[in-house]
Design a binder for this molecule. Structure first.
Ligand code: NAD
Length: 336
C-alpha cells in the first residue's frame, strides 16, 4: 500500500496532526493530483478552533485544505482529456446530489502530498502563473469575485466598502478596482492591512475604531453612503458598523463567517432605505476559470498575495501565524 503525508483534523477533539495515510487511488472520472501548493485560510482556523463544523463529513477526521494547485500524477478510468503532468487548479468544492460539499471540510483536501479530484473540478493552470498564486484563486480570490460580481452585483462607479483586508478582502479590493467601483473604502483595525488596501487599489483606508469613520465615508461618497458593503472579516461588529454607512438600496454582503447572531440596530432605517443583507458562500463554477484568464491576460496580479511558503510539517505554525497575524500575512502556502 502506497502512503503519503497529510495534515488531518480530528473533528470531535479539534486535534491537528501530520499523519502517514493511505495514498488514494483515483476512481472513474477522477485523477490523483500531486499537490504543489495549498493555501491556508481563516476558515481553516475556524475549523480548528471549533467555530466552524463540517456539515457533510461522513467520518470524524478530514485532511484540511481547500485552496490547491498541483500536477496530475495518475489518471482514473474515464479521466477524459486530462494527462499526467498537467498543471491544474482544483475547485474548492463539488456538487454531490445537488448539494455543495467543500473540499478540505466535507471531504479530504490538499494539505497532503496528493489529493483526489473529479475531473470536472479541475482547471488548467497556465505556465505563466506559479503554483503558489494559482492555489489561492479558488477561495481567496474566487470567493470575493463571487461576492462582488454576483451576490453584491456591484456596477461600475458604485461606492463600496470592504471590511477586513486580509486574504479575501485584499483581493476584494483588487477585484472592485478591476470592475470600476468608485470610491473603494477599506476598513481594518490593522495598520498593515490598511496600507496594503491602498497598495491594492483602495481610495481610502480607515481604522474600524476611528470615531470619524461615518463622517469620512459620508464625505467620500458625496453624502450618499455606500451602495455595497462587504464583510470579509467575519466579526459581528463589522456588520453593525457597515449598516450605519450603507446608503439607500445598499447591500450588505456577508462573506466572513461567525457563529454570533446578526443584529439590525435601526430596523426602521433599514426598511425605509430598502436595504438588503445578503449571505454569500463560495462562488459560481465559472469564477475560477474567469480569474485564471484575467490573471493570464495581465488584468490581475497575485504576486503580492503570497506572504510565505512553509512545509506541511509546519501547518500548525502557519495556522497560528494567520490567526495571530504574525508578519501580517495575506496568504500563507503549504508546500508538501
Ligand atoms: N463565505 C465564504 O465562502 C468564505 C470563504 C472563505 C473564507 N470565509 C471567511 O471570510 C473571513 C475572512 O477570511 P480570510 O482568510 O480573508 O481572513 P484574514 O484573517 O486573512 O483577514 C481578516 C481581516 O479582517 C480584519 N478585521 C478584524 N476585525 C475587524 C473589524 N472589526 N473591522 C474590519 N476588519 C477587521 C483583520 O485585521 C484581517 O485583516 C473569515 O471569517 C473566513 O472564515 C468565508
Amino acid at each position: 500500500m502506497a502512503t503519503m503525508r497529510a495534515v488531518r483534523l480530528h473533528v470531535p477533539t479539534r486535534t491537528l496532526r501530520v499523519e502517514e495515510v493511505e495514498r488514494p487511488v483515483p476512481g472513474p472520472g477522477q485523477v490523483l493530483v500531486k499537490v504543489e501548493a495549498a493555501g491556508v485560510c481563516l476558515s481553516d482556523v475556524h475549523l480548528i478552533d471549533g467555530s466552524l463544523t463540517p456539515l457533510y463529513l461522513p467520518g470524524e477526521s478530514v485532511t484540511l485544505g481547500h485552496e490547491i494547485a498541483g500536477t496530475v500524477a495518475e489518471l482514473g478510468p474515464e479521466a477524459g482529456r486530462r494527462q499526467v503532468g498537467d498543471r491544474v487548479v482544483l475547485q474548492a468544492g463539488e456538487q454531490r446530489d445537488g448539494i455543495t460539499w467543500t473540499r478540505g471540510v466535507d471531504y479530504d483536501g490538499g494539505w497532503a502530498e496528493y489529493a483526489l479530484a473529479r475531473t470536472d473540478t479541475l482547471f488548467t493552470l497556465p505556465d505563466a502563473i506559479p503554483f503558489e498564486q494559482g492555489a489561492i484563486i479558488p477561495d481567496a480570490v474566487s470567493t470575493p469575485w463571487g461576492a462582488v460580481t454576483a451576490t453584491g452585483a456591484v456596477r461600475p462607479a458604485e461606492p463600496v466598502g470592504v471590511w477586513g483586508v486580509g486574504g479575501l478582502g485584499a483581493h476584494g479590493v483588487q477585484l472592485l478596482r478591476v470592475i470600476g467601483a468608485n470610491p473603494i473604502v477599506a476598513v481594518d483595525p490593522s495598520p498593515a492591512a490598511r496600507e496594503r488596501a491602498l497598495a491594492f487599489g483602495a481610495d481610502l483606508a480607515l481604522d474600524s475604531a476611528d470615531p470619524e469613520l461615518a463622517a469620512k465615508i459620508g464625505a467620500a461618497t458625496g453624502g450618499t453612503g455606500l451602495a455595497a458593503a462587504f464583510d470579509f472579516a467575519g466579526v459581528p461588529a463589522v456588520r453593525e458598523q457597515a449598516m450605519t454607512v450603507l446608503g439607500a438600496h445598499g447591500r450588505l454582503v456577508l462573506v466572513g463567517l461567525t457563529d454570533q447572531p446578526l443584529t439590525v440596530a435601526n430596523s426602521i432605517r433599514f426598511s425605509y432605505l430598502q436595504q438588503q443583507i445578503l449571505g454569500h458562500y463560495g462562488s459560481e463554477d465559472t469564477a475560477v476559470p474567469e480569474l485564471i484568464s484575467l490573471a493570464a491576460g495581465g488584468r490581475l496580479d497575485f504576486s503580492r498575495s503570497i506572504s510565505g511558503v512553509l512545509p506541511l510539517e509546519q501547518a500548525a505554525e502557519a495556522v497560528e501565524r494567520l490567526h495571530t497575524k504574525q508578519g501580517d500575512p495575506i496568504r500563507l502556502i503549504l508546500k508538501p
